[in-house]
Structures are given as C-alpha cells and as structure tokens.
Write a protein that binds this ligand. Structure first.
Ligand SMILES: Cc1cc2nc3c(=O)[nH]c(=O)nc-3n(C[C@H](O)[C@H](O)[C@H](O)COP(=O)(O)OP(=O)(O)OC[C@H]3O[C@@H](n4cnc5c(N)ncnc54)[C@H](O)[C@@H]3O)c2cc1C
Length: 432
C-alpha cells in the first residue's frame, strides 16, 4: 500500500471515530437553549477527547513509525488537527458556561477545588490551561519561539488528555445516563494506555539499532562527517531516507539524512551542520563511541530508488545537499542536474566531486563571492531564470528540493512560475 493510500485510511479512520459522537450523547430539548448548549458542550467535549487521543497517536514517532515510512505528512495532519481541531475543544467549556448561564471568564478560568463536583470541573480547567498554552505557542507564535523551548512547552499536551479524561466520569451527564458514551470513554482510555505502552517500547531498545563511530571529521566550516558501523541490527536506508540519532535511550532524538550506505558492512555516513545544543554536543563524539539509530524513514526520493529513470534536477542549499549526495556521485542511467546554492565555495561540500561527476550539469550558485560569474558558476540566490538558462525544457524534469524553509519556498515558487506541475516537484524539509 502506498503512503498516500495509508494516509487516506488514517484520515478516514479519524473521521469515522468522531462521526457517531453527536448521536451518542444525550439529545437536547431543542426548544430550551440551556439544553442545546449542554448538548453542544457534550459533543464538543467527546470529539475533543478523541481528537486529543489522535493528536497523541499522530505525534508519536514510535507508534506512527510502525505503519508509516514517511513521518512528515503524518505530522502535518497532527499539526492541522492541533491548529483547527483544538478550536472545537475550546467550544466545550464555552458551551458549558452558556448552558449554566455562568460568568464565562469566572467559570472557565477560576480553579475551584472546594467540592467534589467543582474539583472534577477543575481538572478540565487545568486541561484547558495546558491546551491553551500549547495552542498559543504552536498555532499562533511558533515561528517566534526557538525549537527547544517550544518543544518543552508542547509536552504540556501530555497533561491535557489524562486531565480531560479524569474530569468526565463524575460530571458528564451523558456519561452517567447512557451506555454509549461510557463505552466510548473506556475505549479512549484503553487506547491511551495501549499507545503509551507502545511508546515505551524504546526504553527496551525495541526499534533501535546500536551503531559505533568509526570516523568523525569536520569537512568544511561547521559541517561534520560521521561514519557509523552497526554493532548489531543493520539499518538499510534507501537513497534520500533519514534516520534518528540518539545518545541514550531517554535522550533527544534528531533526524539526519543518510549520506551514504555501505551495503556490505552496513556502515552509514551522515553529514551534519552544527546548529544548536545537540549538534554542537555531537561534535565531541570520538571513534568507538556508541549511538542509537532509529529508521529508516522518508519517501522523498522513493521514485528514484524504485528505478525511475526520468531526467532529474536536484536543487539544494547548504547542508540540504545530504539526501542527494549518494545518488549524484553514483553512476546513473538518467540525466541528472544539480543546482547547489551556498554563500561561499568553502561551504559547498563535495563541490569538487560534483564537478568531476556531473561536469556542466552541476551549477554552483554563490551569494557571497565577488569574482564574476561564469558558465555553471552563478552569483546571487537561487532563481527561476538560473534554471531556465540551463534547462531548455524544464517541464521534462522531476525536481527534488532540499534546504532551508525560505530557500525551498523560493525554489518551489520559481519552478511553479516556469510551469512545472506540482507532481514533478518533490521537497524535503529539514525541520518540523
Ligand atoms: C528529515 C530531516 C532530515 C535532516 N537531515 C539533516 C542532515 O542530513 N544534516 C543536517 O545537518 N541536518 C539535518 N536535519 C536537521 C537536523 O535534524 C537539525 O539540524 C538538528 O536536529 C538540530 O538540532 P540542534 O539541537 O543542534 O539545533 P536546534 O537549534 O535545537 O534546532 C535547529 C532546528 O532543527 C530542527 N530540529 C531540531 N531538533 C529536531 C528534532 N528532534 N526533530 C526534527 N527537527 C528538529 C528544528 O527545525 C529547529 O528549529 C534534518 C532534519 C529533518 C527533519
């Protein structure tokens, strides 16, 4: 089954899991507005619970990785649900406040632990605070927060689902009166436990392969090459796929495209650029040090791996070259071009090898070089006219783009302006 079809099944399953909920809860007396608001709150609340569960499942690599090879589109569904689905969850406390005719801010915001009923409502309030903060930082101001603080704030989402579940049994009127919502509730609880157990698999090293460092050198300013040899299970990434690197079983996991694979020894090579805390720490690894690897993921270049011989153009900026290196340096039956943008020649890793292998089909683009441009050596930034200058008929090619978010956007827009259909443009983002 293709990844696309799997994703359709996933979305279908999500819809089916939520559709019956409006019919499961206690029907309102339509002429009484407080009863209608109570119904709306119950429907929004139950759908909210199921959505929180889906977000938990979709955001869990150890679970989604069992079924999907390409995690980025699954994370996009998670993001979409988080951004828009959460709004429906916010409707739940609003509708409860309307149904009781209570003071909205007072009712929703003020914690009250005095009585047992109020305590249960307050667990829901705490879930709402957690979710509100996560939504604000992820949906509204994500671009203005650094990755790590955002990630730690995002962990608040793990509190929201259990707190929301805890507040239902003693106050949910449908839950107490009808069987269906109770069965649904117990199913959500069961799935939460099940997926949490699946998530803990990595503590027992399930799904992880141990590799040791055989070579680690700085190949250009702030770009390091690390070769890793399997000490047990061997991962067999295809071209363009990535693996997660991790120091200890409880440590952070970071994705990196595999630069080269040795099919005989199972040795993998990765090239990485130091960016933040983790990659800076990575530079301290010495020969013989061990890492855990999880993979292989990604569908970025699956067409090529499956033997597609259509003429291909690779467009990369800086370290975004890594998914393409093995493909570009290996013998290929198809016509291959590389447009490689960098500030200066010293940051263009593998520049010499590309020139040797591709000749005039390698177009280097430097933005901070004063010497005049020449054939196959452009100045400035990646633009559509640079592509059009070298490719007489761009629409005949498949394009693969990797680089920073801004670079990919510019490259993709330029290609669209040249009339390249979106089915011929493939992108890989180096962060989510
Ligand atoms: C599919 C994929 C392939 C990648 N391949 C390469 C590669 O071949 N070479 C390379 O140098 N870099 C690659 N990256 C980027 C690399 O993962 C980040 O540079 C690295 O994780 C930065 O961590 P840091 O703590 O040093 O920096 P930070 O300052 O913490 O992060 C810098 C940026 O990296 C991204 N990032 C950080 N941690 C993660 C994470 N755990 N998961 C996803 N994104 C994260 C975020 O966008 C963040 O804004 C790839 C990323 C992805 C998603």
């Amino acid at each position: 089954m293709t990844e696309n079809i799997k994703r359709r099944w996933l979305v279908g399953l999500m819809v089916v899991s939520m559709l019956p909920l409006p019919f499961f809860v206690k029907m309102p007396t339509w002429s009484i507005s407080s009863s209608v608001w109570l119904y709306v709150s119950a429907v929004a609340g139950y759908i909210g619970l199921v959505m929180l569960l889906w977000m938990y499942i979709l955001g869990t690599k150890t679970v989604m990785g069992l079924y999907f090879r390409d995690l980025a589109p699954v994370l996009s569904i998670h993001k979409w649900l988080g951004k828009y689905g959460t709004l429906l969850i916010f409707l739940h406390p609003l509708a409860v406040a309307f149904s009781y005719g209570g003071e909205i801010v007072d009712y929703i915001i003020k914690p009250n632990l005095a009585m047992s009923f109020e305590r249960s409502v307050t667990w829901g309030r705490f879930a709402l605070y957690a979710l509100g903060i996560v939504w604000l930082t992820s949906a509204l101001v994500r671009g203005r927060i650094a990755f790590r603080p955002w990630k730690y704030i995002h962990y608040l989402a793990y509190l929201a689902l259990p707190l929301a579940l805890v507040h239902v049994p003693s106050i949910g009127s449908s839950y107490r009166a009808l069987d269906a919502p109770r069965i649904y509730f117990i199913s959500v609880l069961f799935l939460l436990v099940l997926f949490s157990i699946l998530r803990l698999r990595h503590l027992f090293r399930l799904g992880r392969a141990k590799y040791s460092v055989t070579k680690h050198t700085e190949i250009s300013p702030n770009v390091w090459l690390i070769a890793l040899k399997p000490t047990g299970r061997i991962l067999t990434p295809r071209r363009g796929q990535y693996v997660y690197l991790q120091w200890s079983l409880l440590g952070e996991e970071h994705p990196f495209s595999v630069l080269q694979t040795d099919s005989e020894t199972g040795e993998l090579t990765i090239a990485y650029k130091t960016r933040g805390l983790w990659t800076r720490k990575l530079t301290a690894l010495r020969d013989g040090d061990e890492l855990f690897l999880d993979g292989s993921y990604g569908e970025f270049m699956s067409d090529i791996s499956l033997g597609n011989t259509k003429p291909t153009v690779f467009i990369a900026a800086g370290i975004g070259i890594t998914p393409f290196v093995e493909q570009l340096l290996a013998a290929s039956k198809s016509e291959q071009w590389l447009f490689y943008a960098n500030q200066r020649p010293e940051s263009a890793t593998f520049h010499r090898q590309f020139r040797q292998r591709l000749g005039d089909r390698y177009v280097s683009i430097f933005s901070r070089v004063d010497t005049p441009a020449s054939f196959c050596d452009e100045r400035g930034h990646m633009r559509g006219d640079v592509i059009a200058k070298y490719l007489t008929s761009p629409a005949d090619y498949h394009f693969y783009i990797c680089g920073s978010e801004g670079f990919m956007h510019t490259a993709e827009t330029s290609l669209q302006q040249l009339g390249i259909p979106s089915t011929q443009i493939h992108t890989e983002a180096f962060g989510w």
